[in-house]
Design a protein around this ligand. Structure first.
Ligand code: AMP
Ligand code: ZN
Length: 137
């Protein structure tokens, strides 16, 4: 896609701090990191959301997500955990409409907070939504 920042990074038209490039996958550091070592993993081809991606490319991307996360865990000082964040559509916080996985290294007292308020649901309601989803699989 012509005016997509991540497509441009993929084509080398915009510089990035690359971590990995191979097959259909690219990884580079986030330019505005939530924590030190905050990495992004993207398919080289333009897909808006996860639902647009072919399974094979999805597998390739996930393999690299795991690899980068493992490397971050052992190399970025203080890292004791990580969050994977992947947002789909604007309502979910997706700013760049090209599929990307955030790998955000976590350390004690890093002050990051991805927590949400826990809700409540009756068993009947859980079953209702489970049926809707299961019937579509
Ligand atoms: P999202 O809000 O999930 O769409 O995330 C987009 C991410 O892309 C943000 O964390 C930005 O900091 C990051 N970003 C935007 N432009 C660049 C760029 N040129 N190089 C690296 N990361 C970028
Ligand atoms: Zn794109």
């Amino acid at each position: 896609m012509d005016d997509c920042i991540f497509c441009k990074i993929g084509k080398g038209e915009i510089p990035s701090t690359k971590l990995y490039e191979g097959g259909n996958v690219l990884s580079f550091l986030d330019i505005n990191p939530a924590s030190k070592g905050h990495a992004l993993v993207i398919p080289k081809k333009h897909y808006h959301t996860l639902l647009d991606m072919p399974h094979e490319e999805m597998k390739e991307v996930m393999e690299i997500v795991q690899k980068i996360a493992a490397a971050v865990m052992t190399t970025i000082p203080g890292t004791e955990g990580f969050n994977i964040i992947q947002s789909n559509n604007e309502v979910a916080g997706q700013v760049i409409p090209h599929v990307h996985f955030h790998i955000i290294p976590r350390s004690k007292d890093d002050k990051l907070n991805f927590a949400w308020e826990q809700g409540n649901a009756e068993q009947e309601e859980l079953e209702k939504y489970a049926k809707l989803v299961k019937d579509k699989l």
